[in-house]
Design a protein around this ligand. Structure first.
Ligand code: NAD
Length: 260
């Protein structure tokens, strides 16, 4: 059980982050819910989770393109919930374009949100975790932290970066009761894929459900998208005592994508 633990999950208003918030809350953790959502909708979602699982849930809409806002998210988590025991760096965006045509601002945004934000949250969380002698940091990388794909230069650069950050943070804190791991999912059924599904549907003249399946099988031997809760369940395991020796790892959950 995670009773008495505080989990901050960035980008938890949607997709993998929201599914993870639900799994950790169900197991007793208090939750800092975070993402780009109106204060009103965020607070409604927070109170829905709080009453469903009987835990404390707060909401924060810090924009992770901004390092100061990102650090403040961690400060507010400690102020409102009393600690940070579990940090899940999950917020992320995607943009697909060839290197030579890639928009400069998109490059900066993807590096800021998908990579640098995790560095700033980690900097703020470590002193709190060290004081307690216990902590779990889980960075949501991607198969694109391990291999490349066309039109994903910024995303692959950020995700490979997250894998490196994970290793160093794990090494520096291996004797502190803190584990630091990256999870590397293949295709997960969430809104981040919508633009790619739409492009596939338009270019092949097929419906969106067929396009989703076509997209998955371009890369992933297991021919179905994962559900976001499957990532949440792996994070729950990494938070357990049984997983205390797993640190510095980058764990694929990718239907054999990177086995090729
Ligand atoms: P999603 O679009 O459903 O969720 C993204 C979350 O990030 C949302 O809560 C959103 O509000 C937040 N976010 C976006 N921009 C932000 C900003 N500027 N500041 C603060 N928060 C911001 O997508 P998802 O698929 O659940 O993605 C979660 C993570 O999983 C991402 O890091 C993504 O790269 C990774 N991932 C996804 C897949 C997949 O197939 N869906 C595969 C591998 C890795």
């Amino acid at each position: 059980t995670l009773k008495g633990k505080v989990a901050v999950i960035t980008g938890s208003t949607s997709g993998i982050g929201l599914a993870t918030a639900r799994v950790l809350a169900q197991n007793g953790a208090d939750i800092m819910l975070h993402g780009l959502m109106s204060q009103q909708d965020g607070e409604a979602l927070a109170s829905e989770l709080a009453s469903e699982f009987g835990v404390k849930v707060c909401f924060d809409d810090a924009d992770m393109r901004d390092p100061a806002a990102t650090k403040a998210l961690l400060e507010r988590t400690v102020a409102k919930l009393g600690s940070v025991d579990i940090l899940v760096n999950n917020a992320g965006i995607q943009h697909t374009e060839t290197v030579d045509n890639f928009p400069e601002q998109k490059w900066h945004d993807i590096i800021a949100i998908n990579l640098s934000a995790a560095f700033f949250t980690t900097q703020k969380a470590l002193p709190v975790m060290k004081k307690k002698g216990w902590g779990r940091i889980v960075n949501i990388a991607s198969v694109h932290g391990l291999v490349g794909s066309v039109k994903k230069s910024a995303y692959c650069a950020a995700k490979h970066g997250i894998v490196g950050l994970t290793k160093v943070t794990a090494l520096e804190n291996a004797d502190q009761g803190i584990t630091v791991n990256a999870i590397c999912p293949g295709w997960v059924n969430t809104p981040i894929l919508q633009a790619q599904v739409d492009d596939m549907a338009a270019s092949k003249g097929i419906d969106k459900e067929t396009a989703k399946r076509a997209l998955v099988t371009t890369k992933q031997p297991l021919p179905e998208m994962m559900e976001p809760s499957q990532i949440g369940e792996l994070i729950l395991f990494l938070c357990s005592d049984a997983a205390r020796s797993i640190t510095g790892a980058s764990l694929p959950i990718d239907g054999a994508w990177t086995a090729q």
